[in-house]
Design a protein around this ligand. Structure first.
Ligand SMILES: NC(=O)c1ccc[n+]([C@@H]2O[C@H](COP(=O)([O-])OP(=O)(O)OC[C@H]3O[C@@H](n4cnc5c(N)ncnc54)[C@H](OP(=O)(O)O)[C@@H]3O)[C@@H](O)[C@H]2O)c1
Length: 338
């Protein structure tokens, strides 16, 4: 196996530091992926600077999104073989195991958190998916969140509607597509320049989150529809809850960020933990049963589009700064291909 290098997070507030590391052997239900592309999420720069996850020891290897080639498989793994092109949601910041982190040449990925990618999707494009997808899936499908019907290649219309607040974000783009694949109509918010993108992903009504009447517009749009609740992906959380507090239908918000403390009477909410699917049925619903076929059949798009921040692990620190500076309808990716 080639030489393995990791981009370590030495301690809080420090820049990433490259150092050799021994590539690990997969456990029974793991695959070892040689990373060809790594995407950046807000949690990566948050964990660089703050002890957001109190259980996480530093030095740590951060990062959640990888795409690459399978180079070894665990003894129980039947879905993958050496040489498969895959994407995977890396869970090192949750398991507190550096080998599970994305920011290195080889990552151990739980086999239920990985999917094959078709030959027409590049590693760079595939890498935009995992954490955004996993987070959206937790909010939409976990039973104590929105508990929606499951996504399918041939969705049956449920006649029901969901609201995705912040549809152009990484979580939002995946939430729209998953909800549509599960048979729901999707209403969303985004900036005007991202509306064509969210429409192409399946949203049917889009509202400008910066419009001063956005709350009224969303409430009006939900009137008369069978509304099953909201997923707050990003944006003004107060506006999202204001709309939900007076809308017709289920007043429940599954949210990526801590909800307001002054909830209106009758509004329910739950905070998503974007890796919780690794331990429940949602990883199977999405990574095992749906994603590979959906990508191969053109029924699911890697979105938002990749924005390459550099090549090689040495570009990861710049990529973190780029993500932190704020993205609009794009995902920061580092390519590890020559
Ligand atoms: N709880 C969890 O487990 C979990 C997991 C993953 C992510 N998260 C959190 O979820 C949020 C979304 O993550 P992400 O990776 O999807 O983010 P992202 O892709 O970086 O979000 C970018 C989008 O945010 C929108 N945006 C930025 N500033 C805004 C503002 N002031 N008002 C409204 N919209 C604004 C932009 O929309 P427009 O350009 O269209 O305006 C942009 O497209 C982050 O806060 C992240 O930390 C939590």
């Amino acid at each position: 196996m080639d030489h393995s290098i990791a981009a370590w997070q030495p301690d809080l507030g420090q820049p990433l530091q490259l150092a050799p590391i021994e590539a690990p052997q997969p456990g029974p239900n793991e695959i070892l992926v040689r990373n060809r592309a790594i995407a950046i999420n807000p949690v990566d720069w948050l964990l660089q600077d703050t002890a957001l996850f109190p259980w996480l020891d530093y030095p740590a290897i951060l990062g959640s999104d990888v795409a690459g080639d399978v180079v070894a498989v665990g003894t129980n793994v039947v879905r993958f073989k050496v040489g498969d092109r895959v994407l995977g949601q890396a869970v090192g910041a949750t398991t507190n195991r550096p080998a599970h982190g994305a920011f290195q040449s080889f990552t151990l990925v739980l086999s239920n958190m990985a999917s094959k990618i078709p030959s027409n999707i590049s590693y760079v494009n595939a890498a935009v998916l995992p954490l955004g997808l996993g987070t959206a899936a937790c909010g939409l499908f976990e039973k104590n969140h929105l508990g929606l019907e499951h996504p399918s290649l041939t969705p049956k219309a449920t006649g029901k509607t969901i609201l995705v607040w912040g549809g152009s974000s990484s979580v939002g783009c995946n939430a729209i597509q998953l909800a549509v694949a599960a048979g729901y109509e999707c209403i969303t918010t985004a900036s005007p320049h991202n509306m064509d993108m969210v429409k192409s992903l399946g949203a049917t009504l889009m509202f400008d989150h910066a419009d001063k009447y956005v709350v009224d517009q969303v409430v009006e749009a939900l009137r008369g529809r069978e509304f099953v609740g909201a997923l707050h992906a990003t944006g003004n959380i107060q506006d999202c809850f204001s709309a939900i507090s007076v809308c017709d239908g289920r007043r429940f918000v599954s949210t990526t960020l801590p909800p307001p403390t002054d909830l209106a009477a009758g509004v329910e909410t739950r905070l998503i933990f974007g890796t919780s699917l690794k331990d429940n049925e949602v990883s199977k619903i999405v990574y095992v049963d749906f994603l590979a076929d959906a990508l191969a059949g053109g029924k699911f798009q890697p979105a938002p589009p990749a924005q390459i921040a550099g090549h090689g692990l040495e570009s990861l620190q710049t990529a973190l700064h780029t993500q932190k500076s704020g993205m609009s309808g794009a995902k920061v990716v580092v390519s590890l291909e020559a």
